[in-house]
Design a protein around this ligand. Structure first.
Ligand SMILES: *Cc1c(COP(=O)(O)O)cnc(C)c1O
Length: 379
């Protein structure tokens, strides 16, 4: 058995992170205020080329504030891609709104434009026009940006772009995170960069960014005492975390290139294995950061080997892999909410597996994974 565990996606420090943390200590800004936060926001804005970024303490917080800024209130309906991490959908419930889940299309595994339009039309017929659309770039693969934007514009519904998994991905050369009316990122431990826990909201105006920061810092009015005329939240990023983020931004593009190499390794490995397909971007207009490489296994073509057979074979060698996100409409906590679509998301969940994809995987790690896979599929 492989001695050190091979993780799905482990943190990978660049080297400057401690220097920026030291700066926070030296200036005594051990607080959710300080120059690391300002600089990290600036680094992200520069990287994206547009937008105004507010650094927050999680991606989930960013989605929650994003929905508030889009005007979502109790009783509203909010559309959400079904196959995603539960954090995409939970904030809908924090607000007392109702999630409406949508199936995936098979090319990018993200929002199916046909099911999306069906849902919008049906909801409008019931006098319940959706207040927002949460669109996700799953595993770093951009959703069908033009098709989803066309529908959002046609029906005048804003998009909350969940780009938690897609920092560094782009569509037609434009960075993910800048397509929505509001975009969000996550810097949790397993994401493409980590701040040890954190997130960001991307707004299209300085005013909206300031409103996000106002809400994230307890909605304090301008007064010498603590005065509040709105409900606030404690969602700001810490200056220590932002220091890690600054160091991580220096190596983001390099780490993406390493993840893309891991992706190519899997493409080559599975090319000769019947019944296994690696999820790839549909064409050159899509660029994926390859956060996680994912595969589909068709047991009818693999003599019965399923994604679970492979997962267990890897686990026996101390290698982590994981089924795809279980669709929200199949989750006990969400299964009573409306769902539009067929069974694409379900089929993906049944047959899909996320493979170790970290930028710090070594050639030995890859060889170890390769030997498990070749051994299993040779039988
Ligand atoms: C990680 C993730 C989030 C939540 O981000 P946190 O920083 O963990 O709160 C939201 N949506 C998706 C799709 C994610 O993968």
């Amino acid at each position: 058995m492989h001695k050190n565990k091979i993780w799905l996606s482990a943190p990978h420090m660049g080297g400057s992170e401690l220097k920026y943390i030291q700066e926070a200590f030296d200036s005594n800004w051990i607080a959710p205020v300080g120059s690391n936060i300002d600089c990290f926001e600036h680094d992200l804005e520069k990287y994206l080329g547009s937008g105004h970024v507010a650094a927050l303490n999680s991606g989930t917080a960013a989605i929650h504030l994003g929905l508030i800024l889009l005007g979502v209130q109790a009783g509203d309906a909010v559309i959400c891609q079904s196959i995603t991490f539960s954090a995409s959908a939970n904030p809908i419930l924090y607000l007392g709104a109702t999630p409406v889940f949508i199936d995936s299309e098979p090319e990018t595994w993200n929002l199916c434009p046909i099911a999306l339009e069906e849902a919008i039309v049906d909801m409008m017929g019931k006098g319940k026009k959706p207040k927002a659309i949460i669109a996700v770039h799953l595993y770093g693969v951009p959703y069908k940006v033009d098709a989803i934007r066309a529908l959002a514009d046609k029906y005048s519904i804003p998009i909350l772009e969940d780009s938690a998994e897609a920092l560094g991905s782009s569509y037609k050369g434009q960075p993910c995170g800048t397509f929505g009316d509001i975009g969000i990122f996550s810097f949790n431990g397993s994401k493409i960069i980590t701040t040890s826990g954190g997130g960001a909201l991307v707004a299209h105006s300085k005013k909206l960014k300031e409103k996000a920061i106002f809400l994230a810092t307890q909605a304090r009015d301008a007064a010498p005492h603590y005065q509040h005329s709105e409900i606030g939240y404690n969602y700001r990023m810490s200056n220590i975390s932002a220091g890690i983020g600054r160091g991580q931004m220096e190596v983001l593009d390099y780490h993406i290139s390493l993840r893309r190499n891991v992706h190519e390794f899997y493409v080559g490995l599975f090319a000769a294995i019947e019944g296994v397909t690696v999820l790839k971007v549909p064409n050159a207009t899509y660029f994926s950061n390859c956060w996680l490489t994912t595969i589909l296994i068709n047991p009818l073509e693999t003599h019965g080997i399923t994604r679970e057979t492979l997962r267990l074979a890897l686990e026996a060698e101390n290698i982590e892999s994981r089924p795809l996100w279980k669709p929200m409409h199949l989750q006990p906590v969400f299964c009573n909410y409306p769902y539009y679509g067929n069974r694409i998301a379900e089929t993906l969940f049944n047959n899909g597996l996320c493979l170790p994809s970290g930028s710090n995987m070594t050639p030995e790690d890859c060889n170890c994974i390769k030997s498990v896979i070749l051994k299993l599929f040779k039988k």
